[in-house]
Design a protein around this ligand. Structure first.
Ligand SMILES: [Zn+2]
Length: 383
């Protein structure tokens, strides 16, 4: 069992056992300690003009898991005062509380985005009674559009599961993995191979997905070879590697999905997640958190460039909640240096930003419930 996994288990144990107010007492050796990070290799950012005037044919929802304004401004400072996300002409604010807690988790927070319902903490794709609810993926499929998901985490983690699976408890990871067999998405890329085979129930989920017409890839290299049709790529046994090892894989897996789904003249819906921001927020690891945030921003840049070419694609970027209680306390944008503190190893309760780019972006200005993001996308895609 690798150290990252054991750290992750430790973090969940600490967060889970202390009850409703776990966020307040959740600490590790880095919490409340001033951390300094300097970005050695800043990247240039081009001006990308947001297209307008055409109809909305495609929508791409990008989720920075645990990403607040503080994360974005810290990354902006580190990258010498520039980010691709700033090319979004429209901003809004989203309220993230869930049905039974002020401070949500990714299960309830992501379900509000995927299905437009405030549900119970730790629930995935179900309502407060535990009934499965349709997501933007299934609604798009019902209308003949195409649909896809590209993430950097294990596919049984909350956010991808919120769009493809249904379970009252995100910890039922084997059940969640089995749910992908019926999710109908045309393109799925993420980690988590550990729970697709050698399962307690003896099922081989890859075999079942093949029977549903998917081409299976068990590595990123295998996925790159697949050029058409329904693709289900489980590229790693757990999460995908760190940004310095995986390179621009999130941007490439996103572009591959967009080009594939765009073959459908009726349009498509896609969810792209910068998943690991949340983990490093939980670990209070400023360096890794910034590396993941900047990788997500570079992915946003590639997606914006594609959408600017296409002209009929709306991009919505937001978060499901804030993680780590991050505070930017000092720094120098000329040197790309930031000084930050974390106040918790858990989530905190702050409205999260919403950025919109492309036709229909104007619908995302203002302050609203996280569920309204689902409502706006559903309306714009006529689902
Ligand atoms: Zn989290």
């Amino acid at each position: 069992m690798n150290t990252l996994f054991s750290k992750f288990l430790l973090c969940c144990a600490v967060a889970g056992t202390i009850g409703g107010y776990s966020h307040i007492n959740a600490q590790n050796s880095r919490t409340d300690k001033l951390q300094t990070y300097v970005l050695d290799n800043p990247y240039p950012v081009e001006k990308i003009v947001s297209p307008s005037g055409k109809k909305v044919k495609n929508v791409i929802l990008m989720i920075g898991d645990g990403m607040s304004l503080m994360h974005i401004y810290s990354a902006w400072t580190a990258n010498r005062g520039k980010l691709y996300i700033e090319n979004a002409p429209v901003t809004g604010l989203s309220k993230t509380y869930c049905a039974n807690k002020l401070i949500t988790d990714s299960g309830a927070g992501g379900t509000a985005l995927s299905s437009g319902v405030k549900t119970m903490y730790h629930s995935v794709g179900v309502d407060v009674e535990g009934n499965p609810i349709p997501s933007l993926i299934s609604l798009a499929k019902d209308k003949g559009l195409s649909a896809g998901v590209a993430v950097t985490c294990r596919l049984w983690d909350a956010t991808p599961a919120d769009f493809c699976c249904h379970n009252i408890d995100r910890e039922n990871e084997y059940e969640i993995v089995a749910d992908y067999v019926n999710c109908r998405a045309d393109y799925v890329v993420g980690g988590g191979g550990l729970k697709f085979v050698n399962r307690p129930d003896g099922r081989n989920i890859y075999k079942e997905l093949e029977q549903k017409g998917y081409q299976i890839a068990k590595s990123w290299e295998e996925c790159l070879k697949l050029k058409d049709g329904k693709i289900f790529a489980v590229t790693d046994s757990f999460d995908t590697p760190k940004p310095k090892d995986r390179g621009d894989r999130l941007a490439q897996s996103s572009l591959k999905g967009m080009n594939l789904l765009n073959k459908n003249d009726k349009g498509f819906f896609m969810m792209i997640e910068g998943s690991q921001l949340d983990d490093y927020g939980h670990f209070n690891d400023l360096e890794m958190l910034m590396q993941e945030t900047l990788d997500f921003d570079r992915t946003i840049g590639e997606v914006f460039k594609w959408a600017a070419e296409d002209g009929e694609t709306l991009i919505v970027i937001t978060a499901d909640h804030e993680t780590g209680g991050l505070t930017l306390l000092g720094g120098d944008k000329e040197k790309g240096e930031i000084q930050c503190k974390f106040s918790t190893t858990s989530h905190s309760g702050v409205m999260v930003p919403v950025y919109a780019f492309g036709p229909g972006a104007e619908n995302f200005t203002g302050i609203y419930e996280n569920t309204a993001i689902f409502d706006k996308i559903k309306k714009l895609l006529n689902l």
